[in-house]
Design a protein around this ligand. Structure first.
Ligand SMILES: Nc1ncnc2c1ncn2[C@@H]1O[C@H](COP(=O)(O)OP(=O)(O)OP(=O)(O)O)[C@@H](O)[C@H]1O
Ligand SMILES: [Mg+2]
Length: 341
């Protein structure tokens, strides 16, 4: 039985001239992880807010269809009640805090539930451990960085023992390292607790390998697809998928791990400056992954190759320049794209 169902959901904000969501029908099964993507203004936040009843309870407007969360019709139950089932993490780290201290914030929702003190303490300890925020527990929230705030927000949501976590671009306000820390927490909850998760996130390359389905919104219209189908079709996707499509790999890899299997089979591309392609990964601080090491030769350094000219990755790594292309996790896949054109 699905945890969440949406049945013909359409929604228009008050005074808006077109609907923000049109005829959305889909469902989320327990344990599923869903990535929600779509251009700015496509309706991602609106859709996620339907899941905890903020739409339409707080927004007004015209709502049609039905959203049912753990058996509760969201029209008939207020966001407070739905919040017991849906842990929600907002885009802006500050949007979600009520109190000044981390521990008080973690206990806040539980106090409202009327939980007894010992049980409350136990839950707070549990989430501090699960989210790995022990060093933050005695801090004031206004002294925390954005990434730390988002991790506290996740912990506060988790303390309520929700049936699902819903995260609305939780990393979009963060620097890359903080974003990575937050996503690590989310992925750990998915792996260790089997947390049902719906997440809007633009770092698709970090999430895609772990998702069961991708929801793509386009002007309020939803497509619900298996990840490989959605990514092959277009929209925001990991650079490695672009590379895979050009190289004709099937099934397309969803992440670096998958891609390594294909790397040695990258096709010859005659006539170009780089006649043979070998794809590999470079992890900052950790050097090259196995694929690139395998092809390392002594004719030139990475810096000789145009995508890397002027960039010092690691001067000691020597490779044959017409044989290799390194793709570093975040930035260099753009170079792969460029050279496969
Ligand atoms: N409170 C509001 N009142 C009226 N229109 C709104 C309101 N909030 C959002 N909209 C409109 O609804 C549409 C969907 O907005 P929404 O915020 O859901 O998009 P989004 O995909 O989350 O965008 P972003 O990626 O920028 O966060 C947009 O056209 C937006 O202008
Ligand atoms: Mg949004």
């Amino acid at each position: 039985m699905p945890l969440i169902t949406l049945d013909g959901v359409s929604y228009r904000y008050p005074d808006a001239d077109r609907p923000a969501l049109s005829e959305i029908t889909t469902a989320v099964e327990p344990g599923e992880v869903i990535l929600l993507r779509g251009a700015s203004g496509s309706g991602k936040s609106t859709l996620l807010r339907c899941l905890n009843g903020l739409v339409p309870h707080s927004t007004g407007g015209q709502f049609r269809g039905r959203v049912v969360v753990c058996g509760l019709d969201t029209r008939e139950h207020p966001p407070r009640r739905l919040g017991m089932h849906i842990g929600f993490v907002f885009q802006h780290p500050d949007a979600q805090f009520v109190l000044e201290d981390v521990e008080a914030e973690l206990a806040f929702g539980l106090e409202n539930l009327g939980l007894r003190r010992p049980l409350m303490r136990k839950r707070v300890e549990e989430v501090i451990d699960q989210v790995g925020i022990n060093p933050l527990r005695r801090r004031r929230i206004d002294t925390l960085s954005g990434g730390e705030r988002q991790r506290v927000a996740i912990a506060a949501a988790l303390a309520m023992h929700p049936d699902a976590l819903v995260l609305d671009e939780p990393t979009s306000q963060l620097d890359p390292q903080a974003a990575e820390d937050v996503l690590q927490v989310v992925l750990r909850l998915v792996a260790e607790l089997g947390m049902t998760t719906v997440i809007a996130e633009h770092r698709v390359e970090r999430i895609a390998p772990f998702v069961d389905r991708i929801w793509t919104l386009d002007a309020g219209v939803l497509r619900d697809q298996p990840p490989r189908v959605a990514l092959a079709e277009g929209g925001a996707r990991p650079p490695v998928v672009d590379l895979a499509l050009r190289a004709g790999w099937t099934p397309i890899p969803l992440g670096l791990r998958d891609a390594r299997i294909h790397a040695p089979t990258l096709p010859h591309k005659g006539g170009g400056r780089f006649p043979q392609w070998l794809w590999a990964d470079y992890l900052p601080g950790r050097g090259f992954g196995p694929s690139l090491r395998r092809c390392a030769r002594s004719a030139g350094t990475l810096d000789d190759a145009p995508p890397w000219r002027g960039r010092r990755l690691d001067g000691s790594e020597r490779i044959r320049k017409d044989h290799a292309l390194a793709v570093d996790r975040r930035t260099a896949a753009a170079a792969a794209r460029q050279h496969l054109k």
